[in-house]
Each structure stands twice: as C-alpha cells, then as structure tokens.
Design a protein. Structure first.
Length: 500
C-alpha cells in the first residue's frame, strides 16, 4: 500500500509535482456572462458591491501565498450568510461555472487559486461571532480571522486552541486541517470543531451534526468536509470548542550545536509530557540567522528550541521547564546559555518573529522578494531527528538555503527554501528527497497545509491507487458536475470533470 506510482498512471493527468491543473476557463458569451453576474448579485441580496469584477479584486483573488501561477477568476462573489452562499452556488451550477472558496488567501499550496476561471466565493462577509459560554462553545463565521476570534474571547478568559503561525480565517483552517504552534496541547483544528454549516455542491445548506458533546447519529460529515479544501462544499460557519485561558505564562530558549541534538531533546520531552508545556518550536541556524536579519533580534545563530509553558502555578511551570533543560543537557545543550523568562510576555517579540518566518524567508537572501517553497511533512516522533537532520543536509548539499521552522513536538516540520525560478530544478530535487524520506519513515506529505495543487502527486504516492479511488468516488458522489474547486486535492481523471 502506498507504493503505486500513480503519478505516472495513464488514467490520470496533470500529476507532476508542482504542476498546476490544466483546466479550461468557462466559455461564456457576453449575454451569458452578464446573466451570471446578475444572478450572483441577486444571490447576494441585490448588493452590487458584493460581486466584484474590477481588475484589482480579480488580481487579488488570483493568487495565494504560494509560488504557484496566479489565475484570474471571472468574478468574486461575497455572500453574507449561508443562505446567500447557497444561492451563489445554485447560480454557478445553473451556468455550469466552477466555484473556488476563498478565505484569507494565506495558503501555500495553491488551494485557493481559481484554475479554470469561474467564480471565487469569498467568505469575507461571513462574520458571525456568537459565544455560548455555558457550553464553552463559539459559533464563528468562516470569514472570521484567527486573531479576531482570539480578541473576541480574551475578555471572557477563553481561547480557541489551534494557533497557526499566520493569521488565517477559521474557514481556511478547517478546510486544510490547519493547526500551528499549540498542537501538542490542544490538537489540530479538526479536534476543536464540533459542527459545521456547509453549503453543498447542489446549493443546499446543511449542518454536519448537532453541536453537542457527543453524537453517534449517522456518518461523520464534519470530518469529511474538514480538510476537503472546498472540493466537496463550502464551509460557512463553525461551532468550535473553547478552553479556559491559564493565568500564567513562562518560557525559555535552549541553544544547541546541531539540529539533531535539538530534535532528540524534543523527542525526550514528548515522552515525559510536561503538563504545562504549550509550545515547543525549533529554528535551525539559518532560521535564527534569518530571524535576526529581518526582525532585528539578537539571538545566538545556532539551532534553538523556543518553549512556552502555561498554567496556574509559577513553581510548576518552572519545574516543567527544568525537566526539559535536564533532557537538553544530555544532548549537548549548555545549561549556562539557557534563557528562562518567568513572565512569558517578555518573549513575545521572539514569538512574533517566529510567526514571521515565511515572510522573512522571502527577504533572507537580499535578492528582493524570493519565491519560497515550504515543506510540510509530519513523521513519527521516533524518526523525527533523522528526518529533520537529513532534510537540512539535503537542502544544503543542493546549494539552497534551508530555513527550518518546526512545530517539532507533534512531528511536523517546515523547510522554507527561498529561490528564484532558475533554481526550481534544485528545489524539486530537494522536495523529492524530503517526501521520500518522510514516506519511508511512515509519515505524511502534509501535516497541516493541505494538498491544493502543489502536493497532489505526493498525496497519491502516499495513499496508493485504491485509497485515491475511494476519495474520487466521494468527490463524484457529492460533486457530480466537478464544479467545486476543480483540480485540487485529487488528480483529474483522464476525461476530466464534467464538461463545463
């Protein structure tokens, strides 16, 4: 299982890694185009501003944070409710025009790029925010940003656990299964969403399950739509699980002479599972150098672990930190160079710099704005050290800069590789090596960024032909016209989706 060379299978096309799907734009005559735009405006309550066709809006909707080729849509529709979203979908189905849901556009795998043209369905006006404090739940519109939700919850002493480094929308987090820097304590978005309101490919509004603590009623549609990247339907609202905000924060920085020693320390820390440890992040030497250069920090330029602890007892936080330091000392960390901050707020500058790794990598080499390849493999904890060290060595051997920003304690690590188009062959070779090593170790090609267009071939290699066939059967059943975000997540069958 997982060994089928499906990327070369003649039944599939557009399967080379990093190659965008070959989809034709809808061929609409001027009257058909105007009729569709009129239907979209009506679907959005007659609000002319809710349907955008100006060049600036189309250009913005043509790309995400990835280096994949932009592609303009026919229009951008901005419904303000699930019912309006359903009407937008029905208008597109009637015109046989594809739809691409879009949140904050922070994805790095091309998942929101509208290949095949059609209509981008923006979630920017899906803004519901409702607190159900007696149930520790919140109902959140898909267009609400992660940081907005955090600010909304803070006065109530509550938080939403997942914390991606970027500031995505909640709908985007659900669509890709995003997680971020707090996964070891709170889990991924998938574990923190109770229920969804989704618009199906036929334009029907459904709730995936009742928002109660547990339910065994029918298929688990919540998890089916999460991670589907808008290929099965459009997520409009989420009911999410909340947690109490601990009153105290502390943290520290641990320097190492090499990446392997740092990762071995993390593996040891995972095994003892300090109860208050919230974040455990790794930067390699180039990651620290990049951070210092762009964010003007003054960290020692060597591999480093960044730790944060939260709880109600300062002594217990320090005790958990000391446990990790003791493990680190067994792996070459010099205790005299360890930094501890009793008040975690003093490390906020460093955490913000860590969040900015992607932007920093673009500017790291001083060549203007580089493109950045981002790996997203996740491997079993016992194989983590060899995978991280091997990836760094492979990248450097190819003459590329390798900025490692890793959540690490959950087995997920990102290699950010700044490059220009002339270096793409070396980047592809590096990607092949890191994917092959991760799969050989029993890992996955994507821990949290999703598949989009960038990792379709790799995902097929991971799962094998039978597994991919099951996914395609689900896609055909729920989206028989192939209009929902076509060309993403799954390979296109040889005959393509239903003729547009």
């Amino acid at each position: 299982p997982g060994s089928t060379p499906i990327a070369q299978d003649p039944k599939f096309r557009a399967m080379s890694p990093g190659v965008e799907p070959q989809l034709e734009d809808p061929k609409l005559m001027a009257p058909q185009r105007e009729a569709l735009l009129a239907a979209l405006r009506e679907a959005c309550g007659g609000d002319l501003a809710a349907v955008k066709v100006d060049g600036e809006s189309l250009d913005e909707a043509s790309k995400d944070w990835s280096f994949h080729t932009p592609h303009r849509p026919l229009a951008v529709a901005c419904p303000s409710s699930p019912e309006q979203t359903a009407a937008v979908v029905r208008a597109c189905v009637a015109a046989r025009v594809p739809m691409v849901p879009r949140g904050g556009g922070t994805g790095v795998e091309g998942g929101a790029i509208p290949y095949g043209g059609g209509v981008v369905v923006s979630t920017e006006r899906l803004r519901r925010l409702e607190l159900r404090s007696d149930e520790l739940l919140a109902v959140v519109g898909a267009g609400v940003y992660k940081e907005e939700l955090g600010k909304f919850l803070k006065p109530h002493g509550l938080l939403f656990g997942p914390d991606p480094s970027s500031n995505p929308t909640l709908g985007g987090m659900a669509s890709t299964g995003g997680s971020g820097m707090t996964t070891m304590r709170y889990g991924t978005t998938k574990e923190n969403v109770v229920s969804l309101v989704v618009v199906t490919a036929q334009g029907e509004v459904i709730q995936t399950r009742r928002p109660v603590r547990k339910s065994s009623s029918g298929y688990e549609l919540t998890q089916l739509y999460m991670g589907a990247e808008g290929t099965l339907g459009i997520i409009c609202e989420l009911t999410v699980r909340l947690r109490k905000q601990p009153p105290l924060r502390s943290g520290g920085v641990l320097p190492f002479s090499n990446v392997k020693d740092a990762v071995d320390t993390v593996v040891g820390a995972v095994h003892i599972d300090p109860p208050s440890m919230l974040r455990c992040e790794l930067l390699n030497s180039e990651g620290v150098e990049c951070t210092n250069k762009i964010f003007k920090t003054t960290l020692r330029e060597c591999p480093m672990l960044f730790l944060e602890f939260q709880g109600a007892d300062a002594a217990l936080l320090r005790q958990d930190f000391d446990k990790v330091v003791a493990i680190a000392a067994q792996h070459g960390c010099v205790a005299s160079e360890v930094q501890y901050a009793e008040h975690g707020e003093s490390l906020d500058e460093i955490w913000e710099a860590r969040r900015g790794c992607y932007v920093a990598a673009m500017r790291y080499r001083g060549q203007g704005r580089d493109r950045v390849f981002v790996s997203d493999v996740c491997v079993p904890i016992p194989r983590l050290a060899e995978c991280v060290a091997g990836a760094e060595a492979d990248c450097q051997a190819l003459g590329l800069k390798c900025v490692i920003c890793a959540h690490i304690a959950d087995g997920n690590f990102h290699c950010l590789v700044p490059h220009q188009p002339a270096e793409m062959e070396a980047v592809n070779e590096f990607e092949a090596k890191i994917i092959s090593r991760a799969l050989a170790c029993g890992g996955t090609v994507s821990g949290e960024h999703g598949i989009g267009v960038g990792k379709v071939a790799h995902s097929c290699r991971e799962h094998g032909e039978a597994h991919v066939a099951v996914q395609q059967s689900i896609k055909r059943a729920l989206d028989p016209l192939g209009l929902m975000n076509p060309g993403k997540v799954l390979p296109l069958p040889k005959d393509g989706p239903a003729k547009l």
